[in-house]
Design a protein around this ligand. Structure first.
Ligand code: NAI
Length: 297
């Protein structure tokens, strides 16, 4: 797709962790220029390098042309200041899952980008309406909720907050298709569709474990190999990282006024407190020696 026909030709990504990198990757593949910003020094530069490594691997397997890798790489620019996002027509936020930090970021962004630019949050569990509260232009803020790993998980939830206008969601919906993703519109409710339905997958698995019904590897094996989920619940929590998934579980539980079926589990809380987060720390419910999943001893 040429950048002149695409809905957003200049996209900013704020937060270049797992999600920011994935969104940047598919945005560049669609032909958008993408600016990468992160508060962690060097994170944006390293994100560009990691995305290029992904493309390189695909090119070695013959799945993408070397010329595409070169073209897409040229579209990625790490930047050192939020002000450099001023000419973006879309800014997607994929930073830490904290309401105060996200609010502060959008308050800054709405004064940096043009009044026609769209602002989007990749929040998993926070209210889009609450993130937009206090903004002068909440009509152009929407939820844009991707899944990990973004290039493979081809669905994205588009969420209107109470003040979001229809045009904002329509543009995000069109852009999702241009990136090869399937958009689904969801109401601004705790967890939207997927994380609302998906809560049970993690919380019930933790309950089965804490009640001693079966061990981690057995629960995963049955749900993956016999029931047909792509990953077992513990493999999924290890992929996401407890630093990301536990706050989501807690947030949804509290937003539904301590609804018992959403209650988070002490096993996950204790592991989070101990820094045993999952793949990103080399140990979670499994050990990852050289990236290979092993049953933890
Ligand atoms: P991550 O921890 O891998 O990356 C977050 C990045 O944001 C880090 O590089 C951090 O330095 C940066 N950051 C933090 N505060 C910042 C700020 N104020 N300004 C700029 N950069 C900042 O986290 P991940 O997994 O990429 O998640 C990011 C967001 O996406 C969270 O809101 C999360 O709930 C949401 N999300 C996560 C999913 C997942 O499975 N990991 C799935 C869907 C949404």
């Amino acid at each position: 797709m040429s950048s002149s026909t695409i809905t957003f030709s200049r996209v900013g990504l704020v937060g270049t962790g797992a999600m920011g990198r994935g969104i940047a990757q598919i945005a560049a593949q669609a032909g958008s220029k993408v600016c990468l910003f992160d508060t962690l020094p060097e994170a944006a530069v390293s994100a560009k390098r990691q995305i290029e490594q992904q493309w390189q691997k695909l090119s070695e397997k013959g799945k993408v042309a070397p010329a595409d890798v070169e073209r897409w790489s040229a579209l990625l620019t790490p930047i050192a200041s939020l002000n450099e996002l001023s000419d973006c027509d879309l800014v997607v936020e994929a930073i830490v899952e904290r309401l105060d930090v996200k609010r502060e970021l959008f308050a800054q962004l709405e004064n940096i980008v043009a009044s026609t630019a769209v602002l989007a949050t990749n929040t998993s569990s926070l209210s889009v309406t609450a993130i937009g509260a206090g903004l002068k232009s909440a009509h152009r803020l929407a939820g844009y909720h991707f899944f990990n790993p973004v290039p493979l998980m081809k669905v994205v939830e588009v969420i209107a907050g109470l003040k979001t206008d229809a045009a904002t969601c329509e543009r995000l919906t069109a852009y999702s298709r241009e990136m090869g993703h399937t958009p689904v519109s969801a109401k601004d409710t705790p967890g939207f569709i997927v994380n609302h339905a998906g809560r049970g997958y993690g919380t019930e698995a933790l309950r089965i474990l804490s009640e001693g019904v079966a061990d981690i590897a057995t629960i995963d094996r049955i749900l993956r190999d016999q029931v047909g989920f792509k990953l077992g619940p513990f493999e999924l929590m290890d992929l996401t990282g407890l630093d990301v998934s536990q706050p989501v579980m807690e947030s949804i539980y509290h937003q539904y006024y301590e609804e018992p079926r959403f209650r988070p589990n002490v096993i996950a809380a204790q592991r989070l407190a101990g820094g045993v987060l999952g793949r990103k720390t080399g140990e979670g419910f499994y050990r990852y020696d050289n990236g290979v999943q092993q049953v933890a001893g």
